[in-house]
Design a protein around this ligand. Structure first.
Ligand code: BTN
Length: 252
C-alpha cells in the first residue's frame, strides 16, 4: 500500500465505537499507568472537547483519536508536542486527499478555507521533577460530515466532501496519522517540525484580532518564535509573543 511506510511503531490500539471523549478516557488510562503509545480511537464522541472549554462536534462521520505520550520534556517545551502533531496530521491529510492543508496557530487545520481538524493537547505535570508526567494528544478530523451545527457551519469543513465515509479511507487515514505522529515524536526537539509548521501557518502577515481578557485588540501576526509562540505587533508598534493559553484569534 502506498500509505504504509512499513515503519516499526509501538502503538497499542484501543478501538471503540462511541465514547464520551477519547481525551477524557485517555487521561484516565494514563493516570492508571497506560504505557506511552496507547491510542484510543473512536468513530463517534458524545462529549467531544475542544480548546478553551468548547465542545467539539463529533458525529460518526469523523475520526477521533487520542495518543498517550510520556515525553521527557519540560512544561515550556510541551507546545512542541502540539505543533509537531499539527504538522504530522496536516501531512497525513494532504497525502490522502491531495489538497493543501494549512495550520491556523495554534492547532486548527484548514483545507480550502474551512477547519477540517482540531487538536487538543492536555498535559499532566509531575510535581516532583517539574517535567511532564504524560501528555494526551487528541485529534479530531471531519472526514465526511455534511451538516454542521449552525454555530460552526460557516467555518467547519470535511476532508472528503464527495466521497462516502467508508472503512478503508478512515482506517488508512488513521494509519497515516499514526505513522506521521511516530515520526514527529521522534524528532520533537529537532526543530524541523517547527520550520514545517511555520511554512504552513497562514496567520503570518495577516491582520488579526487578539482576544485577551475579554477585550479585542487589532494586531498584525508577524511570526512564530522557536517556542511556537505567535508574535504580534499592535498599531502602536509594541510587540508581544502570545501563548495559546491566553488568547484566541479572530481573522475576520
Ligand atoms: C479544538 O478544535 O478546539 C480542538 C478539538 C480537539 C478534538 C479532539 S477529537 C479527539 C479528542 N477527544 C476530545 O474530546 N477532543 C479531542
Amino acid at each position: 500500500s502506498p500509505y504504509l511506510k512499513g515503519k516499526a511503531t509501538n502503538f497499542i490500539l484501543d478501538v471503540r465505537k462511541t465514547v464520551s471523549s477519547t481525551n477524557t478516557l485517555a487521561k484516565e488510562m494514563a493516570a492508571n499507568k497506560a504505557p506511552e503509545g496507547t491510542v484510543l480511537i473512536a468513530s463517534e464522541q458524545t462529549n467531544g472537547r475542544g480548546r478553551m472549554g468548547r465542545s467539539f462536534y463529533s458525529p460518526a462521520t469523523g475520526l477521533y483519536l487520542s495518543l498517550i505520550l510520556r515525553p521527557k520534556l519540560s512544561i515550556e517545551d510541551s507546545l512542541l508536542i502540539t505543533t509537531s502533531s499539527a504538522v504530522a496530521v496536516a501531512k497525513a491529510i494532504e497525502k490522502i486527499t491531495n489538497e493543501d492543508v494549512h495550520i491556523k496557530w495554534v492547532n486548527d487545520l484548514f483545507m480550502q478555507g474551512k477547519k477540517v481538524c482540531g487538536i487538543l493537547t492536555e498535559a499532566s505535570l509531575n510535581i516532583e521533577n517539574g517535567g511532564l508526567e504524560y501528555a494526551i494528544v487528541g485529534i479530531g478530523i471531519n472526514v465526511n460530515t455534511k451538516d454542521f451545527p449552525s454555530d460552526i457551519k460557516d467555518i467547519a469543513g470535511s476532508i472528503f466532501l464527495d466521497k462516502p465515509k467508508n472503512q478503508p479511507i478512515t482506517s488508512i487515514l488513521a494509519a497515516e496519522v499514526l505513522n506521521n505522529l511516530a515520526d514527529s515524536m521522534d524528532k520533537l526537539t529537532s526543530k524541523d517540525y517547527l520550520e514545517e509548521y511555520k511554512k504552513r501557518s497562514f496567520l503570518i502577515g495577516k491582520d488579526i484580532y487578539v482576544l485577551k481578557e475579554k477585550k479585542v485588540f487589532p494586531a498584525k501576526a508577524i511570526g512564530i518564535d522557536n517556542r511556537a509562540r505567535l508574535l504580534v505587533e499592535y498599531p502602536d508598534s509594541t510587540k508581544e509573543a502570545l501563548t495559546s493559553g491566553e488568547v484566541s484569534i479572530r481573522t475576520d
